[in-house]
Design a protein around this ligand. Structure first.
Ligand code: SAH
Length: 258
């Protein structure tokens, strides 16, 4: 029985697809991928024999029809998404169409760009006593955002923020964040094309990140990271995690009792 898999291709570096995702690509007869965001070489090197569709010029009806046709021709289908398919992947509507047609499918996770950006920055996003919460969000664009999730509302929490799809509106991002717990001194970073050969990292504070991003000419394919965790690298940790503390016992290790 041929199968349909939604697969996370990872953030860019072809080695950041999962082993399972790479295997399924090799076994695919048809691959549908977003040519604007996923590396063409990744598809061609793993699936040179496959029939390849670029979804950036296709409608939902067309991608669904391509999937259904492939199954009728007894071919495995891979629907390849950038990063992880569950984050701004628009997969729900595709899965709903397949459900409607009684077509079964599976989802294989991938490395979302937030984690490639954290790796580029060599930054832990959750630090004891600084922030234990990461919020993945975006500014409203053509896709509406519920009012209670407006950036200025989320800014009241003061958590680590990873902001997708918004670098072209960096001034508005900064303006909204300053209405909450963040100040002009709060560190911010922008990572452009994390894990690609032309990756760029820009670091600053909410006071200057906008100007730096514009000077670098970055208007898309970038993430904005904001929060006091970014300060720790320069100013040292306020508190260490208990996990490796010599006096802390946990399931796998007994601490030293003094
Ligand atoms: N599903 C994807 C996100 C798709 S939305 C994921 O999990 O990463 C597209 C947005 O993701 C872009 O506007 C940008 O904000 C971010 N993005 C995707 N790949 C990126 C990369 N390599 N570096 C930085 N940001 C990236």
């Amino acid at each position: 029985m041929p199968k349909v898999h939604f697969i996370g291709a990872g953030p860019g570096d072809p080695e950041l697809i999962t082993m399972k995702g790479a295997r399924l690509l090799r076994e695919a007869g048809v691959v549908i991928y977003a040519g604007s965001l996923v590396d063409r070489d990744l598809v061609h090197s793993h699936a040179p024999q496959a029939q390849v569709y670029d979804s950036s010029s296709m409608t939902l009806d067309e991608t669904t029809a391509a999937i259904a046709e492939a199954l009728l021709a007894d071919k495995n289908v891979v629907r390849l998404h950038t990063g992880d398919p569950s984050i701004y992947g628009a997969i729900q509507e595709q899965m709903a169409e397949l459900d409607r047609l009684g077509i079964d499918y599976e989802v294989v996770p991938g490395v979302t760009s937030a984690f490639a950006a954290a790796a580029a920055l060599k930054q832990e996003l959750t630090l004891p006593e600084v922030s234990q919460t990461v919020i993945f969000t975006r500014l409203e664009g053509r896709t509406p955002v519920p009012e209670r999730e407006a950036l200025q509302e989320l800014a009241q929490i003061g958590a680590t923020l990873v902001i997708y799809l918004s670098v072209s509106m960096i001034d508005r991002v900064v303006e909204e964040l300053l209405q909450g717990e963040y100040t002009a001194e709060t560190p911010a970073a922008v990572v452009y094309r994390a894990s690609w050969p032309d990756e760029q990292v820009i670091e600053g504070t909410l006071a200057d990140i906008g100007a730096k991003v514009k000077e670098a000419g970055i208007g898309k394919q970038a993430l904005i990271l904001v929060g006091n965790v970014l300060r720790a690298r320069k100013e040292g940790l306020q508190a260490k995690s208990l996990l490796y503390d010599k006096e802390f016992s946990h399931g796998c290790r007994k601490g030293i009792v003094t």
